[in-house]
Design a protein. Structure first.
Length: 282
C-alpha cells in the first residue's frame, strides 16, 4: 500500500544527463545545491544501442567489443565533463538501458531520494515535449524530481515559491518546500491560485507549525490556476518552485493534473515536483 512520502532533505541525488543543451544548466544548479543540501551526487548517463536482428554471430561479437571500448571512453568523457561543474562526485553511473528505465533503475539501485533532470526548454505552443525522458520519468517516479530548463536563470536559493492546493498533495509539497527553505535560509512564498468565482479559503496550515524559520509570505490569487502561478512567478522571480503532483494510473497510462503539466511545459525556473505518495514505481 502506498504511504505518504517521507519529508526529508535529499541526501543522495541522481543527476541524469544526456550531455545535451540542458545539461550545463542542470550541473550548475547541482553545484548551487551542494552547500545547501550537502548530498552525495551521482551522475548518470544512458548509452543504449540495439543490435540489429540480422547481425551474424561474428558481427555481434565485434559489436560487443566496440561497445565495451565506447563505454570506457564515455565514462572518461563524462567524468571530465562533470568535474568541470562539480568538484566532488561520488559516482559515474553509465547504463545500457533505454533512458527512462536507466534513470528509474539508477535511482532505485543507488538509493537516491532525488532525481535531477534537464528539460528540453520547449514552449507550451508548438512543443514536442510529450513523450520525453523528463516527462516519462515524472509520470513513473515515486521520488521527488527536480527539472531544470536550459534557459533557467540560476542563482543561489534565496526565494522559494510553493503553489499549493488544500489537499494532501499540497500539504506534502509545502512541507518539503519549508524544509528546503530552512536549509537554504530562504524566503518561502506560499501561493494559492483559485478558480474565478470560488470562495477564498484560509490556509489550513499554521505557518508556525511548518519546519522552517525563514520569512514566509502567504498569497491568494483568483483566475486560471496555471496562468496565475506563472504570472506570479514572473513577478516574484523565484530561485526554485516546489509543487505537488497527483499522478494517476489510467488505462491510457500515467497522467498528472493539467495544472502541473502546464507549469512544467512553460516554466523557466527550476521546479521540484513532489509526488503525493511513495510506493512501487509505475
Amino acid at each position: 500500500m502506498a504511504k505518504t512520502l517521507k519529508e526529508e532533505l535529499p541526501h543522495k541525488i541522481l543527476i541524469a544527463s544526456d550531455l545535451g543543451p540542458a545539461s550545463g544548466a542542470l550541473m550548475k544548479y547541482a553545484e548551487i545545491l551542494k552547500p545547501i543540501l550537502k548530498p552525495e551526487m551521482i551522475v548518470l548517463y544512458a548509452q543504449h544501442f540495439e543490435v540489429p536482428p540480422y547481425f551474424t554471430e561474428g558481427q555481434i561479437s565485434f559489436f560487443a567489443k566496440e561497445l565495451k571500448e565506447a563505454h570506457k571512453t564515455a565514462r572518461q568523457h563524462i567524468a571530465k565533463w562533470a568535474k568541470e561543474f562539480l568538484v566532488d562526485i561520488a559516482k559515474i553511473d553509465l547504463r545500457e538501458e533505454p533512458p527512462v528505465e536507466a534513470v528509474l533503475l539508477g535511482a532505485r539501485e543507488n538509493q537516491a531520494n532525488l532525481i535531477m533532470l534537464g528539460s528540453h526548454g520547449r514552449s507550451w505552443v508548438g512543443r514536442v515535449w510529450l513523450g520525453s525522458v523528463a516527462e516519462n520519468v515524472l509520470r513513473r517516479s515515486n521520488l521527488p524530481v527536480l527539472i531544470v530548463s536550459p534557459h533557467a536563470k540560476l542563482a543561489s536559493v534565496k526565494k522559494i515559491l510553493s503553489p499549493v492546493s488544500f489537499g494532501e498533495t499540497g500539504k506534502n509539497a509545502l512541507n518539503h518546500a519549508a524544509l528546503w527553505a530552512k536549509a537554504a535560509k530562504a524566503k518561502l512564498v506560499i501561493l494559492h491560485a483559485r478558480e474565478v468565482g470560488s470562495p477564498k479559503m484560509p490556509c489550513p496550515w499554521n505557518a508556525k507549525e511548518l519546519p522552517v524559520q525563514c520569512e514566509i509570505d502567504e498569497v491568494s490569487v483568483e483566475g486560471n490556476p496555471a496562468d496565475e502561478i506563472l504570472k506570479f512567478a514572473e513577478a516574484e522571480n523565484p530561485d526554485l518552485i516546489v509543487m505537488g503532483s497527483d499522478v494517476k494510473k489510467t488505462t491510457l497510462g500515467a497522467v498528472f493534473s493539467s495544472i502541473t503539466e502546464r507549469i512544467l511545459h512553460a516554466t523557466r525556473w527550476p521546479t521540484l515536483i513532489i509526488p503525493k505518495t511513495q510506493g512501487e514505481i509505475f
